[in-house]
Design a protein around this ligand. Structure first.
Ligand code: MN
Length: 478
């Protein structure tokens, strides 16, 4: 990563921060409903409220024409679109032009598919414009949190925390942060907001009950183990560890001795191996954890856990809670968020089972999960494809999840292993190609992309995707 590109991007974020501080009110903000979108929405909301701006903030699952029409019918002077829009610049611009606004800001990291409008009133901040791969570096919460941080004269370090959390939600902080992500992480570490440690994935949530903590993390996903508190209970018992302490409260990970942890780890590894996953070493489960020392709630101990909480709010139609939590609200908002995440884990468990049973593996490298005729909520498709792409069993394959949305269109969510992406595989290209051929809209990143296709039958899509992927693999291997 060239230092220069990162420096330029940071300089432009600082410029944007000044611009936003002086922006005409009211400000209307539209953000994406995933963890990165909501975290960045929270950062912007915090920034706008601390600068005492009148603003309205909305979130959406996708940028349809209707959503944009409704957004631009808000009588605002400044419009901001976050974590979306790079694939639809023309449509956005043509609609925005009819408003009385003098400033349109797009903060995003998705691939720019259309020539940006040549208009000084339009400001686009996107790592892709600097030749940086936005799928890996510079997700929207990194950009928006730095905007808030600099916009408020570096006096509010909470921005750094929410930036790290949002980036963790977009899988951009794991396995080594680089470029502007590293820059943000260093700032956060320097202020004592984030502390990086290596830990077994089962023990990262130190203040949760042991039986919950060991199965709570879904990365790496282990079918038959992850998210299964019943299994967690059995394992804890088998390792001879008490479920409750003398005062009747659940024993937490923090209360375990090193000896107990070692014993527990052995039982866990044995159990996972018994599921048919061989060649396991306990080191496969060592992860870098970003702890959040300033948070005192057991559910907000790590960046990943916090981001899961935000993500759950989005997937459970409670974006308001996710945004408020990201912006810094706790108390009742946090209590609500906890209810949401518990509820969501139940539903996710059901969907993961459903998905597990629908898996078909094609050509040895493509995992297709066709849920189009199942009672499945399309809002979970991205979560399912991400979890499978991080699983011990399918992590080396391309994942494609198909589901039906409310309109009856087929929604695609795809993920590729880093190895293939590094060789040149680009899923956003494949998603675009299929939507051009069958109608619909598609795009995203090389490593994670999606599309919505207005056809009823999934077979045609699957056939075409197989064909495109074969072509792509032949191209990059040849
Ligand atoms: Mn994002």
């Amino acid at each position: 990563m060239s230092e220069k590109k990162t420096d330029q991007l940071i300089r432009d974020i600082k410029k944007l921060a000044i611009m936003m501080s002086n922006a005409a009110e009211p400000v209307a903000v539209l953000t994406h409903y995933d963890a990165d979108g909501l975290a960045s929405g929270g950062a912007t909301a915090r920034f706008l409220s601390k600068t005492e701006k009148l603003f309205i903030l909305r979130s959406t699952a996708s940028l349809s024409e209707d959503v944009l029409n409704a957004f631009f019918s808000i009588r605002a002077k400044t419009y901001v679109i976050q974590d979306m829009g790079s694939g639809d610049l023309k449509m956005i611009y043509s609609k925005w032009k009819n408003t009385n606004s003098k400033l349109l800001v797009i903060i995003d990291h998705h691939k720019i598919l259309e020539e940006p409008p040549q208009d000084k009133r339009v400001v686009i901040v996107n790592p892709e414009l600097y030749g940086i791969d936005g799928g890996r570096i510079g997700c929207t919460s990194v950009l928006a949190s730095l905007m808030g941080y600099y916009g408020l004269g570096e006096r509010d370090p909470y921005f750094l925390e929410i930036g790290v959390i949002g980036a963790a939600g977009d899988m951009q902080m794991q396995n080594g942060a680089v470029g502007i992500n590293e820059y943000l992480l260093r700032l956060a570490e320097g202020k004592g907001i984030v502390k990086k440690e290596t830990e077994f994935v089962f023990f990262t949530l130190r203040r949760l009950p042991v039986f919950k903590a060991i199965v709570w993390n879904l990365v790496p996903y282990v079918p038959g183990f992850s998210n299964r508190e019943d299994i967690g209970l059995n394992i804890v018992r088998k390792a001879g560890i008490r479920i409750r302490n003398r005062s009747g409260e659940y024993v937490t990970v923090a209360e375990l001795t090193e000896e107990e942890k070692t014993r527990l780890l052995e039982v866990i590894i044995k159990y996972i191996a018994s599921l048919g996953i061989d060649d396991l070493s306990s080191n496969d489960f060592l992860v870098d954890v970003l702890y959040l020392p300033l948070e005192d709630d057991p559910y907000l101990q790590t960046a990943i856990e916090f981001s899961n909480m935000i993500s759950s709010c989005g997937r459970m139609d409670r974006e308001d809670v996710g945004i408020a939590l990201s912006a810094g609200s706790r108390g009742e908002v946090l209590m609500e968020a906890k209810k949401i995440i518990e509820e969501r884990r139940k539903i996710l468990g059901k969907y993961l089972d459903m998905a597990e049973r629908s898996i078909k593996i094609y050509d040895g490298m493509l995992v297709i999960v066709d849920l189009t005729d199942k009672d499945f909520s399309v809002k979970f498709s991205g979560t399912i494809s991400t979890i499978f792409s991080r699983s011990l069993t399918y992590g080396d394959k391309i994942i494609l999840v198909l589901s039906s949305d409310e309109a009856g269109d087929i929604h695609l969510s795809s993920r590729a292993p880093r190895k293939l992406v590094d060789k040149g595989l680009d899923l956003s290209k494949i998603m675009r190609k299929i939507s051009e051929e069958l109608g619909g809209r598609g795009g995203g990143h090389n490593i994670a992309a999606g599309a919505t296709i207005p056809v009823e039958d999934s077979d045609e899509i699957i056939e075409k995707i197989r064909e495109y992927i074969k072509e792509e693999i032949a191209r990059i291997e040849g």
